[in-house]
Design a binder for this molecule. Sequence first.
Ligand SMILES: [Zn+2]
Length: 635
Amino acid sequence: MRPFDYEIQPIPLTTVKITDNFWKYRIETNRKVTIPYALKKCEETHRIDNFSKAGGLIDDDIKPINTYDDSDVFKIIEGAAYSLSVKPDPQLEKYLDEIIRKIAAAQEEDGYLFTMRTITPKKLHLFAGRKRWKKVASTSHELYNMGHLYESAVAYYQATGKRVLLDVAIRNVELIENVFGSGKNESAPGHQEIEIGLIRLYRTLGDEKYLNLAKFFLDIRGPNGIDYNQSHKKVIEQDEAVGHAVRATYMYSAMTDIAALTNNKDYNKAIDRLWDNVVSKKLSITGGIGSKPHPFEAFGNNYELPNMVTYNETCAAIGNVYWNHRLFLLYGDGKYFDVIERTLFNGLLSGISLDGKTFFYPNPLASKGQYSRSPWFDTACCPSNLTRFMASIPSYIYAQKDDTLYVNLFIGSATTVSIDEKPVVITQETDYPWKGNVKIVINVQESRDFTIAIRIPCWTQNRPVPSDLYHYLNESTEEVTLKINNKSIDFSNEKGFACIQRTWSDEDTIEFNMPMPIRRVVAHEKVKNNLGRVALERGPIVYCVEGIDNKVDHVFNLFLDDADNLTSVYHKDILNGIVVITGAIHYIKNSENDKIEKDFLAIPYYAWAHRGKGEMTVWLIRDLESYKSSKLASK
Ligand SMILES: [Zn+2]
């Protein structure tokens, strides 16, 4: 038993069975299509051969292109491990064993693992540095790769019980411990990730040396580094999210782990400040973060949230979910799941196509047709990250603290939890995100007392996000309702949850109903790019308009007057089945005086760019005066 830890624990994915109409298809596509596809891409691009070559198993003339190529293989193994843990696949497992054999062969005698240096120690990529660790604080990714190795090693060990990769990880840590530490090499990793990996090793193996090393790598950051990789200040003194957003969220995730595992209040205070800053000043309406393409993939200034040029890397969305999940486990507040849900259904899911084979690296909020989904990237962090994230989705749905069971996400599923050492089966049925009614059935062998905490999304409480960064134009008066065994009950909102404490009997049924009117959202007035603009939401879904559905010259000239009537309707044949928003709105033809009525159709943002290249925008013109006064309107 660890002295300190998260008081709330997630219900692991191995005990959650997904039956959901929306997510089951996506998770199955990840298992059947994306994971094999990504592994094939790693073969084609020699990412796997690089291990064989470094291990002396083949003699081909190859070497990694990027210093971080090894990490993609580790991430896909992690995703495949989650997939194996819910659905055994002997053929896939055999193939992974073979890759792991190559990885083990590539490890040098003293535990070092970095195929680029092992293959060509003399002719190295500029980013790698001439000697080991020389560029560890900037571009070599030597420690970043190892963080992903540790995570995949733990996942594969937990899925299969096989230790080969875990032993590779343990041997590597022994080397890292010899090299790094107080009074030894005190370089801060240039791209954070090893911290998360070490903490996972600590959780799995129990040895505090992993935890201490993770904390060391956090504590040595700052104050004389650069904000691009968050080494500009001591981590506990940071108060604004700056720099590369993936590096940032991985670091904030590790900091949250440290806050929980060491009961370190300085860490709590820092992550609280950073979260407030992101959610109130740096979060796109899609949940995307890291709005600046230059410097690469970084947070913008406060309220700097452009649309066309926004970056919002898929990996940053994933990192944002990792971080907010940990914050929920630490504090038990539903507001963190409000951020997760917004990200998950919008700016993260947009990163992968419906067929699971094409990807977005940036996830912009407007396009003139210059963006399209890509089958792969030289820097393949996003596809490989998606394989592991999509496979892990079941682990976000439920959580438990003593005799309280949390229902965090509305995803059709069933799970068995142990409360007071007796099993409780909980089954969730829903057509979310298209319908807001959720049916939860409890099965117990004998009646007993416990609490079910159902998340009340902030969008049902007239708040799009848990900050003042966005607000709805009109208050909705439709209220969330809750029935137990067909009888309406009153409930209070405790930190974003309807907590129902009672004696539960077998077959007790909860009906939780969240009305889903179409909502119009406007951004904080300091977000200059969205002055005079409005976006549409329904339930957890953010909408966009695409050229293909709207016969106009430019979707950017669509004008949604506050008085225009909108309706929503489910179309089972479009984009795997979606609710679209339609209505007669307006279109600005030549000048603002030349406004005509126009039918329009909006689709969920996550589903854009599936039907060829074309224009897209999330934000529509609402108010001409403020729109014109904003010079940044089209950016
Ligand atoms: Zn990425």
